[in-house]
Each structure stands twice: as C-alpha cells, then as structure tokens.
Write a protein that binds this ligand. Sequence first.
Ligand SMILES: [Zn+2]
Ligand SMILES: [Zn+2]
Length: 291
Amino acid sequence: MHWRIRNAKNSMKDEYLLIGFSHWIMIINFLSKISEANFNPKFSVAAQQIILIIYIEMKASSYNEILPGIYLGDYKAAKHLETLEGLGITHIVIAASDLDPWYQNIINYKQFPQMDSGEALTGIFRQSNQFIKEAVQSNGKVLIHCQMGVARSATLMIAYVMQEMSLDMNRAIEFVGRIRRCINPNPFHIFQLRKFENELFGTLMPYFCKFCCIELFSCDDILHPECNNQENQTIVIKQKEWMPDDFSEATEISCPDCGTDVGEPLTSGYNCSCGQYFDTAAAINKELLTN
Ligand SMILES: [Zn+2]
Ligand SMILES: [Zn+2]
C-alpha cells in the first residue's frame, strides 16, 4: 500500500496542474460525499489516487495509540497541551530537526534531528527504543511525532515494534499500519529499517537501487548464488514483478522508482556454471546496487 501512495503523491503536483483549479475544487467538494468504496469512475486513475490520499489524510487522526501507552502522531497533537494532558503523556520523541519541544518543564523530550539527514539510523533506533521502553517501564506514556506522523516518526515506531515484539520489518509495518493507516516511511527509512532487521535478527539484507534506495530484490531471488563467481560484475536473478513482462521483447531493466538502467534480461536464458538452465533470468549490474 505505502509504495502506491508515495507514487501517487509524487505525481500529485503534475496532476493538480493538469486538472486545473475548478476541477480541484470539484474534487474537494466531492470529498465530503465519498467513501473509499464508491469512487467516481469518471475521474482519472491519478485523480482517484489523489482523492484517496486526501481522504486518508482527512480521516487520519492527529494521533493513534499503537501499543499501550505509546502514541504515534503529528505536530498538532504534540503542540496541543490539552491533548497531551488528556492522554497523560510524560515523554515525547521528536523525529525531526525543525520542530520544537514545547513543554520542557513538564514533559521529558528526546529529539532525533537525523531522520532525514542521510546518516545511518540504526543507532538512532536503539536510542529511541531505549527511551520509549524506559518511559513505559516507569509507567509513563509516550508520544512519538514528526510533522505529519506519517514517515519519520512512523519509522521510529516501526523500529520499536520490531525490537520489542520481535517482528520483522514487513510485519512491523503491517502492525503499525493497521492502527495508523497513513504511515508511509520513505525508501531511505525502509533501507535503514532493513539494516536494523539485519542487526536484530541476522536476516540477509536485500539489494537496493544505489540511486533511489528502493528495494529491488532479495537474496532468495539470486539464481544459484553458490555457483556465482564473486568477481562477476553482474548478479543473475529471477524475473521480478517490476521487470518487463516479456523478456524476449525487452532490452533493458530499469529501476521501478528512479528509472536507472540496472541490468538486462537474458533473452536466451541463463546457463549456470553447474550446468542447470533457467529460461528466464535477468543480469543486474552490481555497481548499481547497495546492500
Ligand atoms: Zn532507483
Ligand atoms: Zn548453478
């Protein structure tokens, strides 16, 4: 779900220009009447996606209780003293560099300005998890927030769920997303959560596009890794759902997110050095990957 929303968000600005102001107003008016089930089929797919995003964001609460005494939310919740007092918040985690701690005299704060800095985050996840855990153990209540409670703070919440509930990243995202539906960590956050998963559980790191950080394939997709020569410039993998459907027609394989050519389909199949033949396979350039 979250990739789809992010892609729609990326195209949102263009779509807004395309549909024009009057149509935009029409969509806004329409919003008051729609439910998720009855989209107007006259709208383009992209317009429907925009409606879905706005609808989700309108419906999204300022905060949600993800685990007992642990809330994930936006800046509005963090700034609204009555909300904080009503919930009994004693500790706040700020997952942003540009937001201020408002009530330092009555609430314990921990701020992580690094969330969008491109720095490694696994150390941050551990610090944040410890702060949250200590708060809960002292019978406190915690609010984790950023501007929207969608990406940066959601990432910290997911990291906490991973460590405390021993869930892998996908299950932790699902768990948090079932309660706060608007969560949407960006590709860099996902990359860092995967590294954290690797640290916590020793899971093998998937392979990511070097340019946009999107996850391209996992170790399980590599064909006969045991026969693979480490010196090779390419990794031969199974056909993935983001690749062209018909390998006999395709000449290149592009990253589904940034469009960089990351490899090529092996049009006449793959003969592994051990003698086994695979009729569909793709060769991906190692230099364009990170893991
Ligand atoms: Zn990419
Ligand atoms: Zn082999």
